[in-house]
Design a protein around this ligand. Structure first.
Ligand code: HEM
Length: 230
């Protein structure tokens, strides 16, 4: 495990706000989630203090609040399992996952001030049919992060969710990997550390948190913490 890196590129910044424990409660009954969160907070209270809580939701069929579909190029089936879970590391490590969690705040007013072609070029896909644009600029998000273009290839399984509250709105980016390497390589290229070209996303959005966590394997319905000597 390493701590989430703090990165700076031309005109953009990726903060590290590494914390110790991440709990993701999922469900469609909001009240139950609130009560579950309260009881976990009470149970963990002697050891951990709550730093940050975000209510995420699924927008439409899995779109970002810019309306672009998010997750299209996620690996599927066995490829998804290979991308997201550790293998070959032995008992206690195999079946675990390394996750990057990062809250992005969008300026949707600014995004809507761009014309449609400009927006498509920022993402690198056409909104109306989600087709990837071959002639998108090198700053296009899907060109920056094209998973097979890295050496070694950098595949992750993204499970991001949109968020919104009275402070604003954006994307809670969540990506599972068999190590933190793939996310790290993608993030470095997004901020221009490979070639000086910054991801177009930074024209209207910025990350405000960033943390790495390790999700232990689950054996017979219980977390296997043997790698931690527990
Ligand atoms: C404001 C935050 C972000 C937004 C709104 C966003 C949105 C999108 C969209 C719309 C796509 C195209 C459809 C798809 O394949 O899912 C995409 C692709 C992708 N994004 Fe993001 N993304 C964000 C942040 C990130 C970050 C921080 C990373 C990793 C460091 C990342 C990694 C990827 C990858 C790997 C792909 C697929 C690229 C490919 O192989 O074609 N994204 N994203």
């Amino acid at each position: 495990m390493t701590a989430f890196p703090n990165l700076t590129g031309p005109g953009c910044e990726v903060p590290s706000t590494q914390s110790d424990l991440w709990i993701w409660l999922r469900g469609d009954k909001r009240g139950e989630l609130v009560l579950m969160a309260r009881s976990l907070e009470a149970e963990l209270g002697d050891a951990f203090g709550l730093e940050h809580m975000v209510d995420g939701f699924r927008h439409d069929t899995g779109r970002d609040l810019t309306s672009y579909e998010d997750g299209t190029e996620n690996p599927k089936g066995d490829d998804a399992i290979n991308a997201a879970f550790a293998t070959g590391g032995g008992e206690g490590l195999d079946g675990s996952s390394f996750v990057a969690v990062q809250q992005w705040v969008h300026d949707l007013g600014r995004f809507s001030s761009f014309d449609q072609q400009d927006r498509d070029n920022i993402i690198g896909r056409r909104l109306k049919d989600n087709v990837e644009l071959e002639d998108a600029p090198a700053s296009a998000h899907v060109k920056r992060t094209a998973q097979e273009s890295f050496d070694p290839e950098a595949f992750v399984l993204r499970r991001s969710m949109t968020w919104a509250d009275s402070s604003g709105e954006g994307l809670m980016f969540v990506a599972f990997g068999n190590s933190h390497d793939a996310f790290g390589a993608q993030m470095r290229r997004m901020v221009g550390l490979d070639d000086g070209i910054v991801d177009g996303l930074f024209r209207f959005s910025r990350p405000v948190t960033g943390s790495y966590y390790w999700c232990p394997p689950v054996v017979d319905g219980h977390l296997d913490l043997s790698r931690l000597g527990l």
